[in-house]
Write a protein that binds this ligand. Structure first.
Ligand code: SF4
Ligand code: SF4
Length: 252
């Protein structure tokens, strides 16, 4: 049982599509754990000034076995999955039904990138340039992200027995220089601005274009909280939306 907020439960659906539904390939290491997990959704009062789940449509979920509300009077639990009823037998009954957040302080406008000409113009738009001086390419935002799934592998060989070792899966970040380096030291995105563009467009365009249902970002705001350079994903996306409006006006 995992205690999670609605955005986190929706993030697991996003991860599930990548790990277990990507081109028909099912990642056994993910799936065998995921099928054991059930969620207890926690009451959320709208989060803090980095949250924008309502803008992303991830403020609601029906994928939970229990709902929980913590207050000064104690804990209230709504049992949705009868499998868990026996744990609460004999406890005082109260009226509690989970209520989802309907508004965040922060609002994000996701850019409409359905026009190929706009996407092409956005690639070289100056909106990305500030990240060459602001972003230090530390990768903290992607490590904190609820929906990032990129990993690499590392082989560990034990010094006392070189015949035995393990292959570990470790997180990788598209924001770190060298992430996309190929043979001959060829890189597709060699500046912080290009890497930021890649991340933002992956979260707010590419994923949905590939899987068709929703954007990859769930608006949890963790990347903003974690960034040592105070780069806000919501401010970045709103700037990109303004740039897209500007491009559209120029093209019309
Ligand atoms: S708000 Fe940031 S951390 Fe959360 S899902 Fe979106 S990109 Fe990832
Ligand atoms: S956490 Fe901030 S500084 Fe680090 S890579 Fe992400 S955006 Fe750049």
């Amino acid at each position: 049982m995992l205690l999670a907020r609605p955005c986190d439960i929706n993030a697991q659906r996003v991860q599930g599509r990548i790990y277990a539904g990507n081109g028909g390939y099912d990642d056994l290491y993910y799936s065998r754990i995921r099928e054991l997990v059930k969620f207890a959704v926690m009451d959320c009062n709208g989060g803090d000034d980095t949250c924008f789940c309502v803008s992303m449509g991830t403020n609601r979920t029906d994928d939970y076995a229990l709902a929980m509300k913590f207050s000064q009077d104690g804990l209230q639990v709504q049992v949705v999955d009868e499998e868990f009823s026996s744990y609460f037998e004999g406890m005082p009954q109260a009226e509690y039904t989970h209520a989802f957040v309907e508004e965040n302080e922060l609002k994000v406008t996701v850019p409409d990138l359905s026009d190929k000409n706009i996407r092409k113009a956005l690639k070289s738009h100056p909106v990305w340039q500030e990240y060459n001086s602001r972003c230090i390419s530390c990768g903290a935002c992607t490590i904190a992200c609820s929906t990032c799934t990129c990993f690499t592998t590392r082989d560990v060989i034990y010094g006392d027995n070189p015949e035995v070792g393990e292959r570990r899966r470790v997180s990788a970040s598209c924001q770190i220089a060298g992430f996309d380096q190929m043979a001959g030291q060829k890189e597709f995105r060699s500046s912080a601005a290009e890497r930021m563009r890649y991340k933002v467009l992956h979260k707010f365009y590419d994923y949905k274009a590939r899987f068709g249902e929703e954007h990859m970002c769930v608006g949890c705001g963790r990347c903003t909280r974690r960034c040592p350079e105070l780069i806000s994903i919501s401010a970045t996306v709103n700037k990109v939306s303004a740039a897209v409006d500007e491009i559209r006006a120029a093209l019309d």
